[in-house]
Design a protein around this ligand. Structure first.
Ligand SMILES: [Zn+2]
Ligand SMILES: [Zn+2]
Ligand SMILES: [Zn+2]
Length: 223
């Protein structure tokens, strides 16, 4: 490794020390330093190559962020879901092995990544990875294709699970049937109910405990 970035700027000893530590860690985990491009580490796989770049970029010089910049290039025939899977696996590996890295803000817009739908809203600390990587979000089946679900059934189950139960009849509420009903206005207290169940609250005495008092309603509509 060299104490200069790719623009020829000198990297000061305290930062360079961190880069050397990063470099040693990468060597231990199967990465190799490029001979022609010092401070650029890579790992070849049958599907393509991963890169960990400590040479600075136009946007972020290494002294501002000493974490290596992660990116990948894949063989043309590798489908997008598989690229996402391989990158995700690599990032989880970094995380589990305490290997520092950063992602570029261009990660989702750069031409080479444009179809990958990789956005920066991943929160690796939380272990949240919403990249569609060919595993079903519901049953975990390895379906090896685009999309988040292995089947129509799993997609429907996922949507069903997202729905809220109605506070009147306890059945799940479909989109379009959902109504926020005010149990009270002072303070504001709302519950989710079916449109039809909402009518029952207001137009009958069946669910009188859910009706806001007349004083409250009057007060609210006077305001
Ligand atoms: Zn499934
Ligand atoms: Zn209901
Ligand atoms: Zn209401």
């Amino acid at each position: 490794m060299i104490n200069k970035d790719k623009f020829g700027n000198t990297i000061y000893p305290n930062n360079f020390k961190v880069l050397l530590e990063n470099g040693n860690l990468l060597l231990k985990h199967g990465y190799t330093e490029s001979f022609n491009k010092p401070n650029l580490f890579f790992k070849k796989t049958p599907e393509g190559s991963f890169y960990m770049d400590m040479r600075s970029t136009n946007e972020v010089p290494m002294w501002e962020d000493t974490n290596p910049l992660f990116y990948a290039f894949f063989n043309q025939e590798i489908p997008m879901w598989k690229r996402r899977r391989l990158m995700k696996q690599e990032l989880i590996y970094f995380y589990n092995n305490k290997i520092p890295f950063r992602l570029s803000f261009e990660f989702g817009t750069d031409e080479s990544f444009s179809e990958l739908n990789l956005y920066i809203d991943i929160d690796i600390e939380e272990g949240i990875f919403d990249w569609a990587d060919g595993y079903c979000r519901v049953c975990d089946r390895d379906f090896q294709n685009e999309g988040e679900f292995c089947s129509k059934e799993c997609e429907e189950k996922f949507e069903e699970d997202l729905k809220h139960p109605c506070r009147v009849c306890n059945k799940k509420i479909n989109w379009g049937e959902l109504v926020y009903h005010h149990v009270s206005y002072f303070p504001v207290k709302e519950i989710l109910v079916h449109r039809s169940c909402h009518n029952l609250i207001h137009k009958t005495d069946k669910h009188s405990h859910l009706k806001p008092s007349k004083e409250e309603t009057d007060k609210f509509y006077k305001k």
